[in-house]
Design a protein around this ligand. Structure first.
Ligand code: UDP
Length: 239
């Protein structure tokens, strides 16, 4: 198909916030299901898909540190939050008929496989959707950085960042009505203008390996599949 010709293997980063729905905390099962169905369609079209799920809907180390908690300890709690989200996503994907594996950067052998790079690749070659949990396994990092890291390790053709808006804007479009959406940006544009896309560590990792990033609205039905076909609205970040 045209889809599989365009991309062979992709990584989708889903933030924890995307799973909250209308709430301000936790998980709304319908949101997880909607995203899982979109992922299932792309997987069935023959594209190898892996996911990195954030944990910000449950716990963020930085926020806990602001209230006096030890930062590293808070970050470990944040990484565990991503595992909860990963298990929810795994279940939703399997209900959609997709084979999945959760691979955790922090060993948790009763519920997830340990992350082993070559094994992850093998899972994807067999058509399984691999969900990377527990971020990078290190405090002081984010799941955006984990996404850039894993996408490079998996030799993905593109890193997709599913957000609440349909691309990168000059300002927050929900607050600034005449904010402008970019079709294309360079890694340096994002870094030097401090555009709110992914943290600088993630952008730098992508830049060093010329990994293209696509930012799109994860909440538009079928958006992931459309972006895979090169349709719809999104921002591309390339050299
Ligand atoms: N985290 C971490 N190392 C990582 C990835 C995540 O310490 O490699 C922790 C960090 O505390 C972060 C939390 O896990 O705040 C949840 O991840 P993130 O904030 O990236 O989630 P998202 O914003 O995507 O929901």
């Amino acid at each position: 198909t045209e889809t599989s010709a365009r991309y062979k293997r992709v990584l989708l980063k889903v933030s924890g916030e995307a799973l909250m729905g209308k709430g301000s905390f936790g998980i709304e099962p319908q949101m997880v299901e909607a995203i899982a169905n979109d992922v299932a369609d792309v997987s069935r079209s023959g594209v190898q898909v892996c996911l990195v799920i954030g944990g910000g809907n449950i716990f963020r180390g930085v926020a806990a540190a602001a209230k006096g908690m030890d930062r590293a300890q808070g970050d470990y709690a944040g990484m565990l939050a991503t595992v909860i989200n990963a298990l929810m996503m795994q279940n939703a994907l399997e209900r959609a008929g997709i084979d999945t594996r959760v691979m955790s950067a922090i060993q948790m052998s009763s519920i997830a496989e340990p992350y082993i790079r070559r094994r992850a690749v093998r899972h994807m070659e067999k058509g399984r959707v691999v969900i990377f949990a527990a971020g990078t396994g290190n405090p002081f990092f984010t799941t955006d950085t984990a996404a850039a890291l894993r996408a490079n390790e998996m030799e993905c053709d593109v890193l997709l960042k599913g957000t609440q808006v349909d691309g990168v804007y000059s300002a927050d479009p929900r607050r600034v009505p005449d904010a402008r959406r970019y079709d294309e940006l360079s890694y340096m544009d994002v870094l030097s203008r401090d555009l709110n896309v992914m943290d600088a560590t993630a952008i730098s990792l992508a830049r060093e390996n010329r990994l293209p990033i696509i930012v799109f609205n994860i909440h538009a039905a079928g958006a992931f599949a459309s972006v895979m076909r090169g349709e719809g609205r999104f921002t591309r970040i390339i050299e």
